[in-house]
Ligand binder design. Structure first.
Ligand code: HEC
Length: 126
């Protein structure tokens, strides 16, 4: 009887340890397989999708998507992402983007600040 109890405790302990240690390693390997670069944070992604992706995506025109393409972002090098993020922040801040012809939402002050924080976070550390 004692033996059975001991075995079940051992199994329980093992499964707890396994679930804690195995789960992150699976998530980690999926992440590294896809890209080592940081993903765009959710708040920034929301802004880019609402105000920019109509043009800066695979669905957009060649001129806009040639400048930067949200759908191709994960294929950009860290250096390219850092440069493009800066340009995105500047264009949103100075109001040159989205163009005045665009009928969708323009980023508000908070969204522009988030773009700035994001662009800063991507710059190479000195
Ligand atoms: C209605 C279409 C449209 C939308 C919406 C749009 N863009 Fe653009 N964007 C363009 C086009 C076309 C170009 C390339 C021609 C040019 O430079 O004017 C461009 C170029 C750019 C460039 C490179 C030139 C520059 O000004 O530095 C940046 C950066 C940019 N867009 C950022 C943005 C951001 C950020 C948003 C969203 C807040 C946005 N765009 C929304 C059409 C758009």
């Amino acid at each position: 009887m004692k033996k059975i109890l001991l075995i079940s405790v051992a199994i329980l302990a093992f499964s707890i340890i396994a679930s804690v240690t195995l789960a992150p390693s699976v998530a980690h390997s999926q992440k590294t397989a896809k890209s080592l670069l940081p993903v765009i944070p959710e708040n920034v992604m929301k802004t880019l999708k609402a105000s920019c992706a109509a043009c800066h995506s695979n669905n957009g025109g060649g001129m806009a998507s040639g400048s930067w393409n949200l759908d191709a972002w994960s294929t950009y090098s860290a250096t390219k992402q850092a440069k493009k993020a800066n340009a995105i922040y500047k264009a949103a801040k100075n109001g040159s983007m989205p163009p005045s012809s665009f009928s969708g939402p323009k980023p508000d002050a908070n969204q522009i600040k988030d773009l700035g924080d994001w662009a800063t976070s991507l710059q190479p550390k000195k």
